[in-house]
Design a protein around this ligand. Structure first.
Ligand code: AHR
Length: 332
């Protein structure tokens, strides 16, 4: 039987539509977008943020929100208020909602295997940003994007070793650690400790968590000052704790940056101001501007492309003079 030209074209067109539909369904089922997703073809990302504990975190949240909007990615955002159970709840919600990609900055390093396995079983790729997890099974997440925290601690320690080269007698150091069990607290402590081991007169006489907050830094520094009459150096795991400690040091009648040398990490605007003003002495940078790279990675993993297992941000360090120069252009 002969078919006229018009119906033949219609059949071909229908076949093409069915084929394309079938291919799209195959692609989506790999990435979990067949039932979930935005419904308008946009990639949907569920992001669980640590909290709003510091200036760094605020800059990081802004970077992620702005980059998602720019990349045309629909962002579902949750603030975990520094609690792991809130992050686990948020991730489970994202799995239920069948988002296309889950990204999160884990408040602590341990205890993620179960929920990460749930995401993997649901076919939803996970990207770690800023902080790492200690899971032995690296297949539970696609990649890590963030800083080398050990290096930040090491650079801080190396600067101190150089400064104290000709000092005589013990140099008493107090350390304000970040959130207990978090990757930056563990790694910065390690890097700093390894670096100062080069000079036996550098001694950490007290080390306690200030939870990465200004209030925590102030409160713990007050205790340090009461318990230790001779403190030469403060190493704070972030600017905010250092800024809180400044208040305690001034209230104790000491001059920050002179009576007590202050080293911090991050280089957010307020920290850089304190450094330029001579109240801090050295900052190792930790960049919060992870948003654009995160969105690029999300597009790649959603498309099933291979991505490197670890991507580190480029960072520098600042002395007082360098802070004065950099401050006018500091965006966060
Ligand atoms: O994980 C990055 C750290 O977390 C930043 O140094 C700190 O300011 C933040 O709270």
């Amino acid at each position: 039987m002969r078919m006229s030209l018009a119906p033949r074209r219609a059949v071909a067109a229908l076949a093409a539509v069915l084929l394309a539909g079938g291919m799209a369904a195959c692609g989506n089922s790999d990435t979990g977008t067949d039932e979930g997703g935005s419904g308008d073809g946009k990639i949907v990302m569920g992001f669980s943020q640590v909290g709003a504990e510091s200036g760094w975190r605020t800059a990081n949240t802004n970077s992620i929100k702005e980059a998602a909007a720019e990349a045309g990615i629909e962002l579902k955002f949750d603030d975990a208020q520094q609690k792991q159970e809130n992050q686990i709840k948020a991730i489970r919600n994202y799995i239920q909602q069948k988002v296309d990609v889950i990204a999160f900055s884990p408040v602590v390093e341990s205890g993620w295997d179960t929920v990460l396995k749930e995401a993997k079983d649901a076919g939803i790729p996970v990207i770690l940003t800023d902080r790492a997890v200690d899971s032995a099974d690296k297949s539970l997440y696609k990649t890590f994007l963030g800083s080398d925290f050990v290096k930040e601690g090491r650079l801080s320690g190396e600067w101190l070793v150089e400064q104290m080269k000709s000092a005589t007698g013990d140099v008493n150091i107090v350390e304000l650690q970040g959130t207990t069990g978090s990757a930056p607290a563990n790694d910065r402590k390690k890097g700093f400790g390894e670096a100062i081991a080069a000079d036996p007169k550098l001694k950490v006489i007290a080390s306690q968590s200030g939870d990465f907050t200004r209030a925590g830094g102030k409160q713990v520094m007050e205790q340090f000052l009461k318990a230790h009459p001779k403190i030469d150096v403060l190493f704070a795991h972030n600017d905010d704790m250092g800024l809180g400690a400044l208040e305690a040091i001034t209230a104790a009648g000491k001059e920050p940056g002179k009576d007590i040398i202050i080293i911090t990490i991050d280089a957010v605007k307020d920290g850089m101001q304190a450094l330029a003003d001579g109240k801090f002495n050295f900052i190792a940078e930790c960049s919060p501007l992870l948003g654009p790279q995160l969105m690029e990675l999300a597009k790649k993993v959603h498309a099933g492309e291979e991505v490197p297992p670890r991507i580190e941000t480029e960072e520098t360090t600042f002395t007082q003079e360098q802070a004065k120069e950099a401050l006018p252009n500091r965006k966060y």
